[in-house]
Design a protein around this ligand. Structure first.
Ligand SMILES: Cc1cc2nc3c(=O)[nH]c(=O)nc-3n(C[C@H](O)[C@H](O)[C@H](O)COP(=O)(O)O)c2cc1C
Length: 155
């Protein structure tokens, strides 16, 4: 398996999750950043006009993904980690999937999330709806055990 773990985090929970996946797989980690970066005001989900709220309501609104120094082409497996925002993936994940769509086609894509309480199935539904031609595996909500992560990868 030639894999890389891409992840986005604001407050560090998804980074811990990504490190769990790295421990189980040995795959390298690549942190995704929005350009311009999200501020604390941008992620105030109680505000109807906050950036996160606008991007949730209109999926055509996406940030740019700050370029990273990794070649996606030779990978066969891509892990994508994110916090659940508004019961789905944040817009930067949609931006990543849109920007690198052609390169991601045909690869096994494993989404994982951290969240306060929402299950990953809500993001699974949103991702497969927006990107139906990508090869989605069922997602995993972390933290979890190394055994659970290894089982997940066998699906
Ligand atoms: C804008 C925003 C929306 C969120 N929406 C949800 C949600 O719908 N369901 C949930 O369980 N948690 C929600 N959360 C909580 C985050 O998913 C949770 O704190 C996550 O672990 C943060 O990950 P991070 O530390 O990697 O940024 C939301 C957080 C933010 C900032």
């Amino acid at each position: 398996m030639k894999a890389t773990i891409f992840y986005f985090t604001m407050s560090g929970n998804t980074e811990l999750a990504a490190k769990e996946v790295a421990e189980a797989t040995g795959a390298p980690l690549v942190r995704l950043f929005a350009d311009p970066p999200y501020t604390i005001d941008d992620i105030d989900w109680t505000h109807p006009y906050a950036r996160c709220t606008r991007e949730h309501k209109d999926h055509s609104l996406m940030p740019r993904v700050k370029p990273f120094d990794v070649d996606i082409a030779p990978l066969d497996t891509v892990f994508i980690g994110f916090p659940i925002w508004w019961h789905e993936e944040p817009a930067i994940i949609r931006a990543f999937l849109t920007t690198y769509h052609d390169l991601l086609k045909g690869k096994n894509i494993y989404p994982f999330c951290s969240s306060y309480s929402s299950p990953v199935s809500e993001a699974d539904a949103s991702l497969t709806k927006d990107f139906p031609d990508l090869n989605w595996k069922v997602g995993l909500r972390l933290p979890g055990s190394q055994t659970a992560i290894k089982k997940w990868m066998e699906r």
